[in-house]
Design a binder for this molecule. Structure first.
Ligand code: URA
Ligand code: SF4
Length: 252
């Protein structure tokens, strides 16, 4: 059977779409085959194309900082992209390029079988939640075809705007709690008998349940017009950035 390394090698040799013609190196993705979290970005940028590795430029530095903020490091997670070769001048990947490349991401998801998929930005979110607006969907766990999807904004957007940086940090901080819940859900026998209340809840008389964060369906399908065609790297008009969906509690 094909291993993850075999697949990565197949990507390095791929010529299935025009992006192969302008790449220096394909960027298959990297991380352990048994990673609990799979991050999916958009596509390689300048530095990634040079090095053949995902998220090694400024956005990658921010991603590493975010991982550190939740006590993790990049060698514990798998980092992939929608397209594995750099679109010239960092233009948006074309739908035909995304669809030519999607077989590799599909296989990565199958082989890694992650507990949690974190989509970075609107392109990877659209793979699971087509037509939705990232400013509304971000920071909420969703289940799509049995996969647990947690959409957040792209780290590159956080480098450009402080309020997006804060939103990304806020969403990222939910990951450890989500992982705890998903681990327990996957293996209830492994749940500790006594779980110590997180310090931040102790002063709070009614701690919110993490289970509330899990929704199996989209309770608020956004209007098809939500996404502005000119939207690039998620720049929602204020005040949608922190607005909880109507009728929903924002938990953290
Ligand atoms: N941005 C992405 O979406 N992916 C990378 O690998 C690097 C920057
Ligand atoms: Fe192949 Fe994907 Fe690169 Fe296109 S972007 S050449 S489909 S690996």
């Amino acid at each position: 059977m094909e291993t993850l390394e075999d697949l990565e090698q197949r990507v390095r040799n791929c010529t299935d779409c025009p992006l192969h013609g302008s790449r220096t190196n394909a960027v298959p993705g990297e991380g352990p085959a048994d990673a609990e979290i799979l991050f999916i970005g958009e596509g390689p940028g300048f530095h990634e194309d040079r090095q053949g590795r995902p998220f090694v430029g400024p956005a990658g530095n921010f991603l590493e900082e975010l991982l550190q903020s939740i006590g993790m490091s990049r060698d514990q997670v798998y980092i992939a992209n929608m397209v594995k070769c750099r679109p010239p001048n960092n233009r948006d990947p074309a739908p035909s390029e995304i669809s030519a490349c999607s077989k590799y991401l599909d296989r990565q998801i199958e082989l890694i079988n992650p507990l949690l998929i974190v989509t970075l930005g609107r392109f990877s979110m659209a793979r699971f939640l087509p037509g939705q607006s990232i400013s509304r969907a971000r920071g909420r766990l969703r289940t799509v075809s049995g996969r647990h999807i947690f959409p957040i904004m792209h780290p590159a957007a956080g480098l450009r705007r402080q309020e997006m940086r804060a939103a990304i940090e806020q969403d990222f901080a939910k990951a450890p709690g989500l992982l705890d819940v998903l681990r327990m859900q996957a293996d209830p026998a492994a749940a500790p008998e006594v779980r110590e209340e997180p310090a931040e809840y102790r002063a709070n008389p009614a701690p919110p349940s993490l289970w509330d964060m899990i929704s199996t369906e989209n309770p608020h399908p956004p209007a098809a017009t939500d996404m502005h065609p000119a939207e690039r790297l998620e720049e929602p008009a204020e005040p949608t950035i922190d607005e909880p969906p109507p009728g929903q509690q924002r938990l953290f």
